[in-house]
Design a binder for this molecule. Sequence first.
Ligand SMILES: [Zn+2]
Length: 166
Amino acid sequence: MSTKTIEEKREYRRAWDAKNKDKIAGYRKKYYDANGDKVRESNIKWHSQNREKHNENMKKYYKTDNGKMRSRIVAWKQSGVKHDNFETLHTIFMDTKYCEKCHVELISGRGFGAHKHLDHCHETGNFRNILCGGCNIKIVHKKKINDNTINEPSITISSDGTEDDS
Ligand SMILES: [Zn+2]
């Protein structure tokens, strides 16, 4: 007779789940294929009934490193930045400590001082440099004079998604 403790049963269950990942995924997919509408409906219902809980969860998520990365990438995409691999771009962004033009030490958060900015070409969307706010503005201004256009946005991009929303 087996007299497993709850902990042992849990461990057994975990081991089984790990060994049968594909099987479980298969069951889930089958269930979803058959009951997709029901699942979607219950998801919508859950969200409408737990809006605050959901918002609370999202708020927490956007304070994590992963959440911050996601929100930066979304902001870049919205500003028209194009890149093959945004996660790589984000790593470059995070690893850059000094402005690539004036070499000032960069700080995080929103602003136009030494705050970190991602500079990109507004025509092609190509990423160019990691700059401080001051250098980034200068580039846009110079371009305005050269092109004699006033359509150019006055800023290239904000750097940090949610760090300074205090
Ligand atoms: Zn600079």
